[in-house]
Design a protein around this ligand. Structure first.
Ligand code: DQA
Length: 145
């Protein structure tokens, strides 16, 4: 069984982008952590990073037929995208929302997420370990049914 793991805009710059906020790990490190966490729990990780809202929406729609759960860090689209939230609701798969930083301790505009109402859990401020916790949570949810 496959988990779709999506990273949104600017996360391709991880490691060099505001490292004081987002840490020194790169996107490659995040993706390796996701692959390892998933495979340790008997899942395969499908990884997507995109700077384009429509590409992310297409991947979410496709997950309906080829994944059992979704981990998403929507990055700035968290705070703007009704379309990503609608796509997540449409596929009816369990979704865990991840943020590297604690979005609640930053600017006011980062405290609102369009995505959270479509998620079963939200993990913020745990850095790249948040992805591991997200995969772990999806695995336990999926094992229950
Ligand atoms: C982020 C938080 C967002 O507010 C920001 O726009 C990002 C990254 C995080 O992982 O902490 O790009 O999702």
């Amino acid at each position: 069984p496959r988990l779709l793991i999506i990273n949104g805009p600017n996360l391709n710059l991880l490691g060099t982008r505001e490292p004081g906020i987002y840490g020194a790990s790169t996107l490659a490190d995040v993706e390796q952590l996701c692959r390892e966490s998933a495979s340790a729990l008997g899942f395969e990780a499908e990884l997507l990073q995109s700077n384009h809202e429509g590409v992310i929406i297409d991947a979410i729609q496709a997950a309906r037929n080829n994944a059992v759960g979704i981990v998403i860090n929507p990055a700035a689209y968290t705070h703007t995208s009704v379309a990503i939230a609608d796509a997540l609701r449409a596929v009816e798969l369990p979704v865990v929302e991840v943020h590297l930083s604690n979005v609640h301790s930053r600017e006011e505009f980062r405290r609102h997420s369009y995505v959270s109402p479509a998620a079963v859990a939200v993990i913020a401020g745990a850095g790249i370990n948040g992805y591991r916790y997200a995969v772990d949570h999806l695995a336990s949810l999926l094992r229950e049914d």
